[in-house]
Design a protein around this ligand. Structure first.
Ligand code: 13P
Length: 247
């Protein structure tokens, strides 16, 4: 299993960014390490990004999809439409989607199933808010999100989980190394309860939230951290390559 270093560009960038895959590879040549690089640009550049990544061993993913295959859903993309661009991943249930656009656990589970059916590998995000952490509810909240957002047929090759504490996103704050280890262990436990040791062991769990070249080494060294989902530091290929070099 390769360590997954994923950049979520959110609503940033323009079509000139399709040179970023080659910019990245100039800094971090392919095949150097057992690392998979994933770029998740805004939807308008998905197809061009797939083209620009071909032959560079860089995967491309979307940041959302709808659970229906087609219909009167203005502004939405179905999982098949995402797959048609050549993208192979889709981020689902990001806390910004949950907080701003009303994605619920149920809806995330339906989107995840649709993505799997379309042959995409969904990255399902979970994470507690600041208030929930301070109330000592982080494990309970994350456990409930895992139970509600992950469909019954999850396997290592058809799903990735990302633990992203909401309060750590874009703030420069991160949980302690011990707290990250505790939550990842808890997620592994929830997955094991549902899918058995064999099924759960193969599911990659990423950490996301203010990952940068200064803290990546310590976080990525944790036993159950199989990669990172990176926001701000993933917009610059220099810092993304620096993080990949530490993985
Ligand atoms: P930052 O790395 O900017 O904190 O964002 C994390 C994130 O939301 C990735 O999905």
């Amino acid at each position: 299993m390769r360590t997954l270093i994923a950049a979520n560009w959110k609503m940033h960038g323009d079509l000139s960014w399709i040179q970023k895959p080659s910019e990245f590879r100039a800094l971090f040549p392919a095949g150097k390490d057992n690392i998979e690089i994933l770029l998740c640009p805004p939807a308008h550049m998905l197809e061009a990004m797939v083209g620009a990544s071909t032959g560079l061993d860089i995967s491309v993913g979307a940041q959302n999809c709808h659970d229906e295959s087609s219909g009167a859903y203005t502004g939405e993309l179905s999982a098949d439409m995402v797959a048609e661009t050549g993208a192979t991943y889709v981020i689902l249930g990001h806390s910004e989607r949950r907080a701003i656009f009303g994605d619920t656990d149920n809806w995330v589970a339906a989107k995840t199933s649709a993505a799997q059916k379309a042959g995409l590998r969904p990255i399902v995000c979970v994470g507690e808010s600041r208030a929930e952490r301070e109330a000592g509810q982080a494990e309970e909240v994350v456990g409930a999100q895992i139970d509600g957002s992950i469909p019954a047929d999850a396997r290592g090759d058809n799903i990735v989980i990302a633990y992203e504490p909401v309060w750590a996103i874009g703030t420069g704050l991160t949980p302690t190394i011990e707290d990250i280890a505790t939550i990842h262990d808890h997620i592994r436990g929830c997955l094991t309860a549902r899918f058995g040791v064999k099924g759960a062991d193969k599911i990659q769990i990423l950490y996301g939230g203010s990952v940068n070249p200064e803290n990546a080494q310590e976080i990525l060294a944790l036993k159950d951290v199989a990669g990172a989902l990176i926001g701000g530091a993933g917009l610059e290929m220099k810092s993304l390559a620096a993080i990949a070099a530490l993985a």
